[in-house]
Design a protein around this ligand. Structure first.
Ligand code: SAM
Length: 235
């Protein structure tokens, strides 16, 4: 795991990737949306390789030279198609090319390539604007299988309030709790039986006419746990 930290980027969610890889079954399929130069991707691919499990990792990115508004001055800023070539070089240098399947396209186009209910893990780290995160959640959540995990970066980052608004709103509508680890969020897709029961109770508790009660109960229901060391994967 010594190659990834030489790659410029934004990656502080190694514990999530460790944990997800450790619990994954042989033959699992992972997707990372937003790979940039491959810092996080190479880390996850190295975990997968080390685990000895046959896990496929799709890395989705436009790789179009997109630049962050808040790009730190000390972070490399390739300006054009170079980003993609640098990503490929970084993957090769780390010796993890057999694990990674790059998809050079938009997040939504990539999501369309997968059947519903087929992915074990999707992690969103692409465009952090509210509308984009909302779109990503809508595109990728159906693709995750039950007991699979959908997560995303920068939920708690002050510079990206849209991530938190979109995730809170989306998972409140799904009546699903979020967990927060570090600065990232995670949600586990429950079994259909659990989801239906939960939605039934939720709707019974919340009369559509009582807007204030709706918001309050929805907030209670959606209580977010800030916890750096715990992912409850037992559901
Ligand atoms: C924060 S960077 C990813 C950082 C990376 N995970 C790391 O470890 O450094 C965000 C990436 O998302 C990509 N991106 C932005 N909008 C996208 C979209 N709509 N579809 C696919 N990729 C997108 C950008 O090209 C950029 O490389």
């Amino acid at each position: 795991m010594d190659h990834y930290d030489q790659i410029p980027g934004w990656f502080d969610f190694a514990d999530i990737y460790d944990h997800i890889t450790a619990r994954a079954r042989d033959g699992a399929v992972f997707v990372e949306v937003g790979a940039y130069l491959g810092r996080s991707t190479v880390y996850l691919a190295s975990c997968i390789k080390q685990s000895g499990k046959r896990i496929r990792l799709y890395a989705v990115d436009l790789w179009d030279g997109w630049i962050y508004d808040d790009c730190r001055p000390d972070t490399t800023r390739p300006e054009t198609e170079d980003v993609f070539h640098q990503f490929i070089d970084n993957v090769r240098r780390a010796g993890v090319e057999e694990v990674i399947y790059p998809l050079k396209m938009s997040s939504e186009q990539a999501a369309d390539l997968f059947e519903d209910g087929t992915l074990d893990f999707v992690f969103l780290d692409a465009d952090h604007a509210y509308e984009a995160v909302r779109r990503d959640l809508e595109a990728w959540f159906p693709k995750v299988k039950r007991r699979g995990v959908l997560g995303g970066h920068d939920y708690l980052h002050a510079a990206f309030p849209g991530v938190r608004s979109a995730a809170d709103e989306f998972f409140r509508e799904q009546a699903l709790p979020l967990q927060v680890l570090g600065t990232s969020f995670l949600a586990i897709k429950p079994s259909p039986r659990w989801l239906n029961a939960s939605l039934r109770v939720y709707r019974r508790l919340i009369p559509a006419s009582d807007k204030r009660a709706t918001n309050q109960l929805a907030t209670d229901k959606h209580r977010t746990e800030i916890n750096n060391s715990y992912i409850d994967l037992s559901r």
